[in-house]
Write a protein that binds this ligand. Structure first.
Ligand code: GSH
Length: 214
């Protein structure tokens, strides 16, 4: 069986976990982060990051986009994460990149807030990341309102990455996201919450199961 290294608290890991689930691929989970077990993370990825995916024959794949690329290759014609070709495919890729770019902004903000002593936190860097993320969120909201690429039938990578991103924002930087300004993204998030692939990887559920505060 495949093994997915990483906790769903990592949005990069969670996007892979959801993609595996909606693709109907069973996986064993090894839930750790680089912060609580760096040697273990390094054993699978020289950069010491999660996620990594271990294949049945022991081959290891990282990072999240390479894993998703592998899933598409493995599933071939049955891969539903992206439309097969053309403008629809490029739209899903574009929305996925935008959502994960917003995640990166939130990760920068989180590291700034939690890695530095309070007096060394650079407010201008937090403001920059917030502004970049908010501009992208406004664009994603308007695209989601007018574009059918955020498809639930089947659930594609644009939906997966958008929902994973929205759920991560309060962890990254609670100041970034105002739910009331993004009704379409919120409706995508609520609809996703009814699906097992998202409910099974819920961040609060993982915290409860691992007995950890974060
Ligand atoms: N581009 C990578 C990013 C992975 C990543 O940054 N993972 C974080 C957890 S959210 C990590 O392991 N960080 C530890 C570090 O960078 O030292 C991917 O898509 O997989």
């Amino acid at each position: 069986m495949l093994i997915l290294n990483g906790r769903d608290r990592s949005p990069f890991t969670r996007r892979v976990a959801v993609a595996l689930s909606v693709s109907g691929i069973e996986v064993q989970r090894n839930r750790f982060t680089s912060w609580d077990d760096l040697p273990r993370a390094r054993a699978f990825n020289p950069l010491g990051r999660i996620p990594s995916l271990v294949l049945e024959d022991g081959e290891v794949i990282f990072d999240s986009s390479a894993i998703i690329d592998y899933l598409c290759e493995r599933l071939g014609e049955d891969c539903c994460l992206f439309p097969r070709s053309g403008i629809r495919r490029r739209e899903v890729v574009r929305y996925s990149c935008c959502a994960m770019g917003i995640v990166e902004k939130a990760v920068h903000s989180r590291y700034e807030r939690v890695m530095r002593p309070p007096q060394m936190i650079q407010q201008s860097w937090l403001e920059h990341n917030k502004a970049q993320a908010r501009t992208a969120l406004a664009w994603l909201e308007s695209e989601a309102r007018s574009n059918r690429a955020f498809d639930f039938d089947p659930v594609n990578q644009a939906v997966i990455d958008t929902v994973v991103m929205l759920d991560y924002l309060p962890v990254g930087d609670p100041a970034i996201y105002v739910a009331a300004d993004h009704p379409t993204l919120e409706s995508i998030r609520s609809r996703a919450g009814t699906l097992a692939a998202f409910a099974d990887t819920d961040l609060e559920k993982e915290r409860r199961e691992l007995g950890v505060a974060e």
